[in-house]
Design a protein around this ligand. Structure first.
Ligand SMILES: Cc1ncc(COP(=O)(O)O)c(C=O)c1O
Length: 394
């Protein structure tokens, strides 16, 4: 196994990397579903020796001053208003279990949807992790594009279900026709990310609707909108929930709102979908006190989101034009990350960047060895990255 791709393997390969972790977490979910207490999971049980680095993190953590362009994080950081709110109100009552209704209300108000259409969770990962238990518990398959964000597919496989991976089309776009062909009568989940991670390609509302029409009865389409701020139609697939389509839309506070470390996400769906998801949902246990306070404060500061989107758009231009000058071909899509084709295997280059404390993702982990996935950083991060590429390519 390539030591580099093994090391930089978080955020996340196509269903492969999460599998082991997914499997172990699903042990917990299965036990919880059965009313038993979840087993404690030791490092050894995770298949990792105590002294081995956590996948995706350099040994000892990221050195101070690292240029971190590998996890699609928000380079602006959290809104100052969010930090103030958490510091002022977030911690005094952390001896108490949380009452999540005000958070749910704030999200529902923000989208002008009824509160009963919203479930909040410990990042959108809570839903990616547990939804397979709701829809594939009795059997069935999941269909998803590849490469994409394969978390639920990893869980499905750990449950012994089949994940049917449909290769992306030209330019890294989701091949809707091939996805529809792959859907079988036993398919219970179809997953897509819009825009897709790692390629950044969007999928149109019409194509999503055509996928919904291809679903067998009882199946759900998960539309993961972690990066929806970069979609042309803004509102993403929430409109489909309003029309009572069998979709589960996932949103996160980790990206535009810049609070990945506070772990807050939510799912929006109609009642027939949510009644299944509720059977595996963590309820108010998925939400920590700081996230409970941070969520409404983040929603109230849309100016912060606009600054983030503007920073990313500018950074995309800066990075792409810098790479093009070097004869490197970036994919054209709008997302807070992009893939670029270097024309040669990028693993050695990613390793050399890492030696300079610049972190990006090698395309090899998604079966695209000549590509690199670069998360847009601040203009300074972007320049540090471009300077290093210039130096390393001579
Ligand atoms: C497409 C996609 N979905 C979900 C997530 C996880 O988000 P969260 O932090 O809300 O668990 C990520 C993280 O990078 C992602 O890229």
């Amino acid at each position: 196994m390539n030591p580099l791709s093994d090391r930089a393997s978080s955020c996340y390969p196509d269903g492969l990397m999460p599998t082991r972790r997914a499997f172990l977490r699903t042990l917990g979910a299965a036990a919880a579903a059965a009313g038993a207490s979840a087993p404690a999971i030791s490092t050894a049980a995770q298949g990792r020796k105590a002294d081995e680095p956590i996948p995706g993190f350099p040994p000892g953590g990221f050195p101070d001053g690292s240029t971190r362009m590998n996890f699609n994080e928000n380079p602006l950081g959290p809104s100052k208003k969010v930090i103030d709110a958490v510091l002022e109100n977030g911690l005094d009552e952390s001896n108490r279990y949380n009452y999540i209704d005000p958070l749910v209300e704030a999200i529902a108000r923000h989208h002008a949807i009824p509160e009963h259409n919203v479930l909040v969770g410990c990042g959108s990962t809570e839903f990616l992790q547990f939804t397979p238990w709701a829809f594939l518990g009795d059997g069935g398959s999941i269909v998803l594009p590849t490469p994409s964000y394969g978390w639920s597919a990893g869980v499905a496989e750990a449950m012994g279900r089949q994940a049917i991976r449909v290769p992306l089309g030209e330019g890294g776009v989701i091949d809707t026709a091939a996805m529809k062909k792959a859907i079988r009568s036993d398919t219970r989940m179809v997953y897509l990310a819009n825009p897709n991670n790692p390629t950044g390609a969007p999928i149109s509302r019409d194509e999503i609707v055509s996928l919904i029409r291809a679903l067998p009865g009882g199946a759900v389409l998960i539309v993961d909108e972690a990066y929806h701020d970069f979609l042309p139609d803004g509102d993403g697939s929430l409109e489909l929930v309003r029309q009572d389509a069998p979709v589960l839309v996932l949103r996160t506070f980790s990206k535009a709102y810049g609070i990945a470390g506070l772990r807050l996400g939510y799912a929006v769906a109609g009642e027939s979908v949510l009644e299944k998801v509720r059977t595996v949902w963590w309820g108010d246990f998925g939400i920590n006190t700081a996230a409970l306070i941070a969520g409404p404060a983040a929603l109230a500061d849309q100016a912060h989101v606009r600054r983030y989107v503007a920073l990313i758009d500018k950074g995309l231009e800066q990075l792409r034009s810098g790479l093009r000058e070097l004869g490197i071909t970036p994919l054209p899509h709008r997302a807070p990350f992009f893939m670029a084709d270097f024309g040669v295997a990028t693993n050695p280059l990613v390793r050399s960047l890492q030696d300079r404390q610049i972190f990006v993702q090698p395309g090899a982990k998604w079966g695209m060895p000549t590509f690199m996935r670069i998360s847009v950083g601040t203009s300074r991060d972007n320049e540090v990255f471009l300077d290093a590429i210039r130096a390393l390519r001579v």
